[in-house]
Design a binder for this molecule. Structure first.
Ligand code: SF4
Length: 319
């Protein structure tokens, strides 16, 4: 799928009649199997969150499609069908304090999706909400509290409870522990793993912290400037990273052993603007292995070993 946004025009663009677009997502394609967790990693502005918002129905793709159990989420099916499918896809965002209405009690927040989807009586909804509160490790009394009375970790548990109440099949987790204290991160990650098994969930896990992604995900897709540059199983990515950008990302993860010295892939410069993408390989302006072909030919994602795909001319099978 692709997603382009119209960019603000400068005066010279306006006078010249030029329109510019931001190619936030530019030809991304992947599959998530039921019960799996796919991690989406990359620097800020690489298109991870835009991809997530397309899957959540918050944006329409400019081209391409998102298929969920065979249904195209953006066209083809009726509005009622799309509404039903959307119930199966929920989200948990980074900042729990910002995603919970401070004027509503926790019980109302958790029950709200049931009200919107017209499910159950008030008594049923209350029972369901109390059950979900327990499932996410919160006490029944939390039902009558307000978000500001809870800690960050408890607030994120409420956000997870709200995502679970409709019994979804897929949850998009957009940096779900980044805003939390170190001490509660592991608890929330363990909770997410426990409920994945007990609620039969599939996750799309967006994060920039590679150690968290390693702990949580079955497969990882590395994004750079709106494209997936490498995708494979988690263990394979950490043991045998191929793309120079992936290597640079992994090199930035600290090793908790002062005696180990890692050979680093030096990464220079900042990420180019998605309004003015480099020709050929988008990474060529920063890549330490750049070759002549790199600025001319855009590398395609190709399978270099079973289930390991990379978009880089260093691994071109036809060269
Ligand atoms: Fe580097 Fe060339 Fe590979 Fe791009 S295609 S990552 S510039 S070696």
């Amino acid at each position: 799928m692709t997603k382009q946004f119209p960019a603000a025009r400068s005066i010279s663009d306006f006078l010249a009649g030029k329109r510019r677009t931001v190619r936030a997502v530019d030809g991304v394609s992947f599959t998530i199997r039921r019960g799996d967790t796919l991690g989406l990693v990359g620097e800020s502005g690489c298109g991870k969150t835009t991809t997530a918002k397309i899957i959540l129905g918050m944006y329409r793709p400019t081209s391409g499609s998102v298929r969920f159990e065979g249904h195209d989420l953006h066209k083809g099916t009726s509005r009622a069908d799309r509404r039903t499918v959307r119930r199966d896809i929920q989200a948990v965002f980074q900042d729990p304090a910002a995603s919970l209405d401070p004027r509503m009690k926790i019980g109302q927040i958790i029950e709200e999706p049931l009200v919107i989807h017209d499910q159950g009586t008030p008594a049923n909804r209350r029972e369901t909400a109390l059950g979900i509160l327990q499932a996410v490790g919160l006490k029944r009394e939390t039902y009558s509290r307000y978000a500001h009375e809870l800690s960050g970790g408890q607030q994120q548990r409420v956000a997870i409870a709200r995502a679970l109440i409709l019994k979804p099949k897929l949850i998009v987790l957009d940096e779900p522990v980044s805003a939390l204290d170190m001490s509660v991160r592991a608890q929330v990650l363990n909770l997410l793993q426990d409920i994945q098994a007990s609620f039969d969930l599939t996750y799309l896990f967006i994060a920039h912290d590679l150690s968290v992604v390693r702990y949580m995900c079955h497969n990882i897709a590395v994004m750079y400037l709106g494209r997936i540059v490498e995708i494979c199983e988690t263990q394979e990515l950490f043991e045998n990273p191929l793309h120079p950008y992936t290597k640079a990302l992994l090199d930035a993860v600290p090793i908790p052993d002062p005696t180990k010295i890692r050979e680093r892939v030096p990464l220079s410069g900042s990420i180019p603007s998605p309004m003015n993408l480099p020709t050929g390989c988008r990474f060529h302006t920063r890549c330490p292995f750049v070759m002549d072909v790199c600025s001319k030919v855009d590398p395609v994602l190709q399978e270099v070993s079973k289930g390991h795909f990379v978009a880089c001319h260093l691994y071109d099978t036809k060269r």
